[in-house]
Design a protein around this ligand. Structure first.
Ligand SMILES: [Zn+2]
Length: 182
């Protein structure tokens, strides 16, 4: 028999129905049957008694489900750390830019080299007061005016407050006189 045939034979044997174990004649009495049944029951009960604690541990209780859901939703500490780092960096960049802008604006003469004031007048505000801006430093000069600030608990649409006049407002207003009231 070649090796291949041998393997084929073995595979065929795997499909063959299991030969039933023949109960010995001596065990066919009602007493021995009852005793066998009792032994089998005891053996199976024993197996489940041992498995019991393990099955209990494996069971998905509401508490375990809630805990796993909590862990699933819990943010990744590494992600939070990166977020905080980036926010810090962004805040520092913004602060730098603000400081630079403030320095530019305080150094700006708000006038062209000819001596002509550079203020541009911006109208069309509901309070009829003009605003001024300097094209050289982009500063924004406002009169005393109402503003809507960031929302808080009592003011979900933003807290309204009166902002004081910009320190340059009087000076910038002079441009109107030099332009003949326009
Ligand atoms: Zn300016």
């Amino acid at each position: 028999m070649s090796k291949q045939e041998n393997v084929g034979e073995q595979l065929k044997n795997l499909d063959a129905p299991a030969v039933p174990v023949k109960t010995p004649e001596a065990l066919l009495t009602p007493e021995s049957q009852a005793a066998t049944n009792a032994m089998i029951s005891a053996a199976i009960r024993g197996v489940f008694e041992q498995l019991g604690p393990m099955l209990e541990k494996m069971a998905l209780t509401p508490e375990k489900l809630a805990e796993s859901e909590r862990l699933r939703r819990a943010p990744d500490p590494a992600v939070i750390a990166r977020e905080l780092r980036e926010r810090k960096l962004m805040a520092a960049d913004l602060e730098d830019a603000e400081r630079q802008k403030a320095a530019n604006q305080s150094a700006c003469p708000h006038a062209y080299p000819t001596g002509q004031a550079a203020w541009h007048v911006v109208r069309n505000y509901p309070d009829r007061n003009p605003r001024y801006t300097c094209p050289l430093c982009s500063c924004w000069v406002t009169p005393r005016e109402w503003r809507i600030g960031a929302p808080d608990a009592e003011n979900p649409r933003g807290r309204a407050y009166i902002a004081p006049e910009h320190p340059l407002y009087r000076e910038a207003s002079k441009i109107l006189a030099s332009k003949g009231g326009n």
